[in-house]
Design a protein around this ligand. Structure first.
Ligand code: ADP
Length: 552
């Protein structure tokens, strides 16, 4: 069977080899980083410390006492170098590299002085005494300086670490938490075993347990340096706790319990505990994952919102620029067009003498095109005014019949040109007069009849009106329908054709140069009159009827 002594040797050697491997791995993951360089150094000195202690333990005191003393002193020398490196490591690891000349010098000076004392004198360890577990050091007078110095350097490093820790945030903070955890376990292990137990309990057989604790320091720190994503420290503590209790239970079963039945029940308890620990840790992990997901989602949403806000702002600017451009361009175009239209009318009416027959049709075409342009520009102007909220109604008592009659006269030429029958079915009894803005309502019916002509290839366009008499509490209504036998309107188009710049199937097919503003303006104008406008159609190629309802 392995004795405690040889088991200890194997453990320490394993830790030394593992530590060296980890330190090199961390170093080569980024050899230029100061943190990685210092980590390599402090791990190496840490290993030296363990290895020299081990060598001192296995040296035969009777034949090579001075060698055993030298190893022990070398181990102390390594401790001082380790402490110097750790102090500077903390600075770089917590990214607070500013120099404090006094402290830095004090650390280097005291560390190196003690290093020389341990290397070249036997002031710290003056002898060794064989015990059944190794060689116990006999301390010299130097120990009264060495131990306080070790404690002071440790406190200083911890102070620096904790001070820097509170100014850190996010990933760096979690990384530092790992290092702090490692250093706490390490310092605690060494403090209890090497500083409290060894000097006072002369035959303390487990002093090497302090050395084992280095495993946590190297492990946690290397993990924190290399790993990009780290678990929160709470989960690590939970895992450590579970492991710690499991080890205690195991030791209890193996060492303290002699009775086989008890051992069996305690084993069951251990298994149950391990299972409980697994569930606990899994739940915590799940919760962490959920929280992270939520955080990620919130972050994404915030970003998306920000982008949307920006886009919105830009769009508003562009929109404003577009409205201004439309308004200016339309104003500039409308004046010359009105002049052109006026002259053509005068030529057609013979004001400049008899017009040759040949010229009549081309001139009619020019007139129609000009008319279309004027309508288009009016749409643009109305749109930009609507957008800017600059439209006001000039309400007066008007006859809707008169408006439509005059419009039919104007639009007849275009309908006849397309061989369409344009008829106005006046109601038998004259319609009541309405309080409306004549120009706006006129514009509405120009758009509706013009559309009916545009989107009808053959057949007819009929305009009719109805007076709907309601009871005395409600106002009467007038409904005017513009019915055509044209392209019809599909279901998808129903909802969108009244939006600005929105064109339907018929629009993109038959009249590519349209603006998609006509119906939008109609709707806005009718809304301003508190009326209603809608369309009914049985579908593609089945004609459509646009209705306008106004209160009397
Ligand atoms: P535009 O005629 O310039 O496209 P409008 O706002 O006047 O703009 O019309 C929007 C769309 O509604 C048109 O593109 C067309 O598809 C559809 N539409 C309007 N009137 C009719 C109609 N009488 N018959 C069939 N489709 C129509």
């Amino acid at each position: 069977m392995l004795s405690v002594f040889s088991l200890n040797s194997i453990f320490l050697l394993l830790i030394a080899l593992l530590g060296a491997g980890v330190a090199l791995w961390v170093y080569f993951s980024n050899p230029k980083a100061r943190t990685n360089q210092l980590f390599l150094l402090f791990t190496i000195f840490n290993i030296f410390w363990i290895v020299f202690t081990y060598f001192s333990d296995i040296t035969d005191v009777y034949s090579m006492a001075s060698l055993a003393i030298l190893y022990r002193n070398l181990a102390y020398g390594s401790v001082f170098l380790f402490l110097i490196c750790t102090y500077f490591f903390v600075k770089f690891f917590t990214k607070k590299t500013e120099t404090n000349v006094f402290l830095d010098t004090a650390v280097v000076f005291s560390g190196t002085t003690l290093l020389f004392i341990s290397l070249f004198t036997n002031l710290i360890v003056k002898g060794v005494e064989p015990r059944n577990w190794g060689n116990y050091p006999i301390f010299g007078i130097g120990v009264y300086v060495a131990y306080p110095a070790i404690i002071l350097l440790t406190i200083l490093t911890l102070y620096l670490l904790i001070k820097n820790y509170f100014s850190l945030s996010g990933k760096n903070r979690i990384k530092t938490q790992y290092f702090i955890l490692g250093i706490c376990i390490f310092a605690l292990g060494n403090f209890i075993c090497n500083i409290i137990l060894v000097p006072w309990w002369k035959n303390f057989p487990y002093y090497y347990l302090g050395n084992y604790s280095t495993f946590f320091l190297i492990g946690f720190t290397s993990y924190a340096i290399v790993k990009r994503k780290l678990f929160g420290i709470k989960i690590v503590l939970a895992i450590l706790m579970v492991i710690f209790i499991a080890v205690l239970l195991l030791l209890d079963i193996l060492i303290l319990t002699q009775n086989a039945t008890f051992q069996f029940f305690k084993l069951l308890l251990l298994v149950a505990f391990l299972n409980f620990g697994r569930i606990l840790i899994n739940n915590v992990l799940k919760e962490i994952e959920e929280r992270k997901k939520l955080e990620r989602l919130t972050k994404k949403m915030k970003n998306a919102n920000l982008k949307l806000e920006n886009a919105n702002r830009k769009l508003k600017k562009i929109d404003q620029a577009k409205s201004e451009f439309l308004s200016i361009a339309s104003h500039q175009l409308r004046t010359p067009l009105t002049v052109i239209k006026g002259y053509i009318s005068m030529i057609r009416e013979g004001f400049y003498g008899q017009m040759p027959e040949k010229t009549k049709i081309p001139l009619e075409n020019v007139y129609i095109s000009t008319e279309k342009l004027v309508n288009l520009i009016n749409d643009f102007l109305n749109f930009s005014k609507l957008e800017a909220g600059k439209i006001e109604l000039k309400i007066e008592e008007s006859s809707i019949e008169e408006i439509i009659t005059s419009l039919i006269g104007e639009l007849k030429i275009e309908a006849e040109r397309k061989n369409l029958k344009l008829s106005w079915e006046k109601p038998k009894n004259p319609l009541p007069k309405l309080l409306i803005d004549k120009d706006k309502i006129r514009q509405v019916f120009i758009n509706l009849i013009d559309n009916a002509i545009k989107y009808t290839k053959e057949g007819s366009i009929t305009i009719y009106a109805k007076h709907i008499i309601l009871n005395s509490h409600k106002r009467d209504k007038v409904i005017i329908g513009v019915k055509d036998t044209g392209e019809g309107i599909t279901k998808e188009d129903h909802s969108k054709i009244f939006e600005s710049f929105s064109r339907g199937r018929a629009g993109t097919k038959l009249y590519t140069s349209g603006s998609g503003l006509g119906l939008y303006i109609c709707k806005q104008f009718i809304n301003m009159h508190h009326g209603r406008i809608w369309v009914e159609s049985s579908g593609k190629y089945k004609g459509s009827t646009f209705y306008v309802e106004l209160s009397v």
